[in-house]
Design a binder for this molecule. Structure first.
Ligand code: AMP
Length: 290
């Protein structure tokens, strides 16, 4: 395993892409903010298995953090990240500075699509404007054939898919399954903020989602009932600040009253001072219809 080539300049990265031999032209891009875990690495491995060249980016994007959020304390673990990327057979890593991505005077942003408005859009105003802008910029630096995102950030994946369609970007978006710890906790760079007792409390998120899936398979179709049960599961674990615990239309994220079409259950909650998100798709098969 050779270590990935590390590039921090936009011009050099664009040059490296142009210089790829013809036979190695299929490029898979995995944008990340670093502090890598198995969830990120699953995207890199998928990119490597489907493309000739896997490119990861590590950039803690200030434009997607609110003023009260954890931008300055967001974990930065560059040495470990590079080792992990090497183990996942990543070919190139783009690690730009803040000034490289947002030089003085940069003032153009992407207006995100409507699907950015509910849920995270309400709780984190401006977040998806920052996300859409940095992803578009990264795609211009690394003109990949495929870009890999995790279902962990479900709404983000919908925002990117919509942006790619709306702006006619010549790229295929691939959304990959959530990687979890053995006990169910969705892997997240922010899990390292959790104390032992908070780590235990945090299991209530995946438990609440599992409960919804269980009740759905037993025939429950009333969204208000399922939403209330999710809320109660979180509260019973002592999680007090729940930003949302709700079922929404899987494509539009519109609210639903009955589970009569593909849906997604989404949770965002503060465990201690750490904001965690999780979700699961709810497939309504006709066999399950009551
Ligand atoms: P981040 O570094 O948090 O911006 O995440 C970079 C990419 O990794 C995003 O597409 C995330 O959705 C994805 N990701 C983060 N956590 C997981 C996970 N547990 N499983 C799968 N993908 C993930």
């Amino acid at each position: 395993m050779t270590s990935p080539r590390v590039i921090s300049s936009i011009v050099e990265m664009q040059g490296a892409m142009r210089e790829l031999p013809r036979a190695e032209r299929k490029v898979g891009l995995v944008p990340t903010m670093g502090a890598l875990h198995e969830g990120h690495l699953s995207l890199v491995r998928r990119a490597k298995s489907e493309c000739d060249v896997a490119v990861a980016t590590i950039f803690v994007n200030p434009a997607q953090f609110g003023p009260q959020e954890d931008f300055s304390k967001y974990p930065r673990t560059l040495d470990a990240d590079l080792k992990a990327l090497q183990s996942a057979n990543c070919d190139l890593v783009f690690i730009p500075s803040r000034e490289e991505m947002y030089p003085l005077g940069a003032s153009t942003f992407v207006e995100p699509p409507a699907v950015a408005q509910p849920l995270e859009g309400v709780c984190r105003p401006g977040h998806f404007r920052g996300v859409a802008t940095i992803v578009l910029k990264l795609l211009n630096v690394v003109p990949a054939d495929r870009a890999y995102f995790g279902q962990k950030d479900y709404q983000q994946a919908l925002v990117i898919e919509r942006m790619v369609a709306d702006l006619n970007l010549p790229i295929q978006v691939v959304v990959c399954p959530i990687v979890r710890e053995p006990d169910g906790l969705a892997m997240s760079s922010r899990n390292r903020y959790l104390s032992a007792s908070e780590r235990h409390q945090a299991l209530a998120l995946s438990r609440a989602l599992k409960m919804v899936q269980g009740n759905l398979s037993r025939g429950e179709r009333d969204v208000a009932v399922l939403n209330r049960q999710m809320q109660q599961t979180l509260e019973a674990a002592g999680i007090e600040r729940i930003d949302y615990a709700t079922i929404a239309d899987a494509r539009t994220l519109a609210e639903m009253t009955r589970l009569d079409r593909p849906a997604v259950a989404l949770i965002a909650a503060l465990v201690g001072t750490t904001r965690l998100i999780d979700n699961c798709l709810l497939e309504i098969s006709t066999a399950q219809e009551s």
